[in-house]
Design a protein around this ligand. Structure first.
Ligand code: UTP
Length: 289
């Protein structure tokens, strides 16, 4: 029996430089897909997967994220006075029970591995999930729920993976695959951002992880890797041999909302999923193209 995944880390301390000027004062994770900020999509995905505790690793200028998951008394009072019950429900439903959402500061953006390490006191000695909110996944059930189902059978460290064109391997962590049944790929290692000729496969890791607390043993050392950053992938690679490591080909479509084209595509795709918008958006796209 594996230990239940109860906690999730959301590293949200990045600078979001590819989205300037939008991210000059607003965190990238507050960018909106249709009418909801990215962070809310990933928190909802985590709730669907059974997560009970949410740890946001924040940085400078990220207070808006905390405000988003707290009461907005003035707004709530006005909505109540105007009898706007539905709108009131929309903003109140997202507020977690007291003590379920915690925040810690990364202080310096030293890399994703360092951001996750900053959450170690909240995780302690249990397995946990990591969700990068800028990887937005349209999937039913949600990607993390799919991963948790697989985890219950195989345990260990698990990452969500997808096939990428070989010429793009330099953008991702890439799996070194030992065995592959077309759904699960058992890996003997992974390499961060390899050049196409050095990539051991074309299976890239996307921003969903289930990890064992042993990854902190490596992160404690603060070793820098590719790009001079403390890499989460190096910590996972370090546990291979001791802890089973699998990639799972989730069912769904992933949008990289850290890029402008991915962000626009996500807005269109999520709008097309909505009964109240689908017809209008179809007509608009038809007009445009
Ligand atoms: P990105 O590589 O997308 O970096 O980080 P970024 O700073 O957010 O964006 P750009 O490249 O400047 O446009 C991937 C994820 O890791 C988090 C980010 O917040 C994002 O969720 N991250 C990255 C941290 O929390 N801390 C870091 O030191 C680096």
């Amino acid at each position: 029996m594996v230990k239940k995944i109860r906690k999730a880390v959301f590293p949200v301390a990045g600078l979001g430089t590819r989205f300037l000027p939008a991210t000059k004062v607003m965190p990238k994770e507050m960018l909106t897909i249709v009418d909801k900020p990215l962070i809310q999509y990933s928190v909802e995905e985590a709730i669907e997967a059974g997560i009970e505790e949410f740890i946001l690793v924040t940085g400078r200028g990220k207070q808006l994220l905390e405000d988003h998951f707290d009461h907005a008394y003035e707004l709530e009072t006005i909505l109540a006075k105007r009898g706007k019950a539905q709108e009131l429900d929309v903003i109140e439903r997202i507020i977690p029970d007291p003590g379920r959402m915690s925040y810690t500061r990364q202080r310096h953006p030293l890399g994703l591995g360092h951001a996750v390490w900053c959450a170690r006191q909240f995780i302690k000695n249990e397995p946990f999930a990591v969700l990068l909110p800028d990887d937005l996944i349209l999937a039913k059930p949600g990607c993390l729920k799919q991963m948790v189902s697989a985890y219950e059978n195989i345990g260990g460290n698990i990452v969500a993976i997808e096939e990428v064109p070989r010429e793009h391997t330099m953008r991702y962590g890439i799996l070194d695959v030992a065995e592959d049944d077309g759904y699960l790929a058992r890996a003997r290692g992974l390499i961060e951002k390899p050049t196409p000729d050095h990539a051991p496969s074309t299976l890239s890791i996307i921003g969903r992880y289930i990890l064992q607390p042993e990854v902190f043993n490596h992160l404690d050392k603060h070793e820098t890797g590719t790009g001079g950053e403390i890499q989460l992938t190096d910590a996972i690679a370090n546990t291979v041999g001791d802890i089973p490591f699998h990639g799972i080909r989730f069912e769904g479509v992933r949008y990289d909302c850290g890029t402008k084209s991915g962000f626009v595509a996500a807005n269109l795709a999520f709008a097309l999923e909505r009964n109240d918008l689908e017809a209008d958006i179809r007509a608009i796209i038809k007009d445009l193209v």
